[in-house]
Design a protein. Structure first.
Lengths: 125, 125
DNA sequence: AAACCATATGCTTATTACGGAATATCAATC
DNA sequence: GATTGATATTCCGTAATAAGCATATGGTTT
């Protein structure tokens, strides 16, 4: 029963926030730190947790590691992410994350565009 | 963030099975034992877990305790139960539970009908 | 190669979760 | 009131989780 893995990932607030933000597109770890305003260890560990259960995938690009939702997500994952997205609509925490995400959008445009050659020498967020 | 409580309840297989079966209507504990084919302690504890988080409600009727989904479920709960129902459609474990539920339907008709006066003197399942 | 940056991994502690065996509660019946 | 039936709780051991600190890794730059 693969559903369990999904719900194990969903039952922590930090992970829900990560997944919610990821629904807007790929990001690298430093961006998560800024958007969630949580320490690096915390972000990194929860991403590892998600990765171990197949809820996210990642790819290294130089110093940066880009995380994104699976390219071929299961039916269950799609359904539950949609449900989450729906439920999170009004939640202040999720809304705040989205607001901060919008703010740093310029700084992470190269990720979304898939242009590692445009990555800054140093993190800008 | 109330979503977390929901997902905490969802991340155990026994609880998912309980909720799935409950989606068909109220039942009492002995019925769950038969349908899930799990020991009494296990069923009772997981029902208590669900109750503590508001995912189920219960009412005593003589020797029996009837469990059901909340009369006024939150928007999030409704959405997630629907999603679960959708995802569980083809799962063999859930399907087996439904099959066993159908088998004992006569034995628990009085629960669904809300007729405690028709409860048998002794458990029939 | 040394310094630096972004990210990951041990290690520790506290908390919570799960299961089973035994026992307790609560209600009905004899 | 003693017994029986249905359900809940306690106690135990084990395992998983979450968080922080310190440190390690992998890659880039000088």
């Amino acid at each position: 029963m693969d559903l369990i893995k999904i719900y194990e990932c969903f039952c922590d607030q930090t992970r829900l926030r990560l997944l919610n933000v990821l629904s807007q597109g790929p990001l690298c770890v430093c961006h998560f730190q800024t958007v969630l305003a949580e320490p690096q260890v915390k972000i990194s560990k929860h991403l590892a947790y998600l990765r171990a259960r197949g809820l996210v995938e990642c790819e290294r690009q130089g110093n940066w590691v880009i995380y994104e939702l699976p390219a071929k997500p299961s039916r269950e994952l799609v359904a539950n992410l949609a449900c989450l997205r729906d439920c999170a609509q009004e939640d202040p925490v999720f809304k705040r994350d989205f607001a901060r995400l919008k703010k740093i959008e310029p700084a992470c445009a190269w990720v979304r565009a898939g242009e590692p050659e445009n990555a800054p020498g140093q993190c800008r967020c």
